[in-house]
Write a protein that binds this ligand. Structure first.
Ligand code: OAD
Length: 314
């Protein structure tokens, strides 16, 4: 990538933002940490550094779809740290909403699953939740979908939420076909777990009593495709319109989102706001520090009022 000249001060960044009208804002977990929601990879405080007790080969297995099918308990033992149903936002979310209000936001590509962008008022058409969110949850067997908050009580209790439609169907089939159930040789009904979605074949004289499917928040797990809207919007809508990219609070470690910046035309200025620098992407401007502080400073220098309860009033 050709390094663009001259963008090397905070004032250059302010000028770039002021003159741009189609800004892509690409966000990660760092924009929500000031609400007490952990990011993933920060040493000591990130979710992945707190999972030693789970004895995983790789902490990312918490979000691995095949592991979830084998044993959803792993995910549900940590999920409660990731949810919030308080309608709170951070100054950084307010900054993205301010860009939208000023007609400058082309798209917010968010890797976050906390759905706080919606609370901040980012319009659905301008938001791509690249890794899905907790806003809805679906049964991994029958795909029945419910509002995400429906499963929050189970998540808080570290219980595995089961599909209400599967439960209802099973109850109906129990009452309508009571005689169909065979019993094993000792007269006990045989019950099998089928978290992997595959019914084991029976030994003779037994009958699998299916269990209801497990509900999973509509988060994109490793091994699942990203929503189509991600590449559709990037390729067919944004690529030829974008005039500035602002990346905030992400380590850019997970593809394909990490490939967005190099995918865009090289003449588009790109700035990075986060606590730590990244070495694998070459940004025109790096503004290292707490993102809430950085965006407040940018707004002040731009002469914009960034209203948020966490920003002290003069
Ligand atoms: P990471 O935890 O990898 O990166 C967060 C970055 O934000 C780190 O570089 C932190 O230093 C920085 N950071 C934290 N708090 C900050 C603050 N207040 N101000 C500025 N910077 C701050 O999280 P992501 O890059 O979002 O996938 O992770 C990407 C994906 O990996 C996630 O979407 C998740 C995970 O596996 C799924 O959940 C499927």
């Amino acid at each position: 990538r050709v390094k663009l000249p001259a963008y090397n001060s905070v004032d250059d960044a302010v000028e770039l933002i002021k003159k741009s009208s189609n800004i892509i804002v690409l966000t990660g977990a760092g924009i929500s940490t000031s609400l007490g929601i952990p990011d993933f990879r920060s040493a000591g405080t990130g979710l992945y550094s707190k999972l030693a007790h789970l004895d995983l080969n790789d902490p990312q297995e918490v979000f691995d779809i095949s592991k979830f099918r084998e044993n959803p308990k792993i995910f549900y033992s940590v999920a409660r740290d990731l949810i919030t149903d308080e309608p709170r936002t951070t100054p950084t979310h307010a900054f993205i909403a301010l860009l939208q209000q000023k007609g400058k936001l082309l798209t917010n590509y968010s890797q976050n699953i906390d759905n706080i962008e919606a609370t901040a008022g980012i319009l659905p058409e301008k938001l791509v939740q690249c890794h899905g969110s907790f806003a809805t949850a679906s049964c991994i067997e029958c795909r029945y979908q419910v509002p995400g908050t429906t499963i929050y009580p189970s998540i808080r209790a570290e219980k595995i939420p089961q599909c209400p439609r599967c439960i209802e169907r099973l109850q109906t089939s129990k009452t309508s076909h009571p005689m169909k159930r065979k019993r094993s040789s000792n007269g006990q009904k045989k019950k099998k777990k089928r978290f992997d979605g595959v019914s084991d074949s029976d030994s003779e004289g037994t009958y699998d009593i299916p269990e209801p499917g497990v509900m999973k928040p509509d988060i994109t797990f490793f091994g699942e495709p990203l929503p189509d809207r991600f590449s559709d919007r990037l390729t067919n809508h944004d690529k030829d319109k974008v005039d500035l990219v602002i990346v905030i609070g992400t380590s850019l470690k997970v593809a394909p989102v990490s490939e967005v910046v190099p995918f865009l035309p090289p003449h588009i200025p790109q700035m990075y706001i986060s606590r730590e620098p990244v070495s694998h992407v070459n940004f025109d401007v790096d503004m290292l520090g707490d993102c809430d502080v950085v965006v407040a400073e940018l707004c002040e220098r731009a002469g914009w009022e960034l209203k948020h309860e966490m920003i002290p009033k003069d």
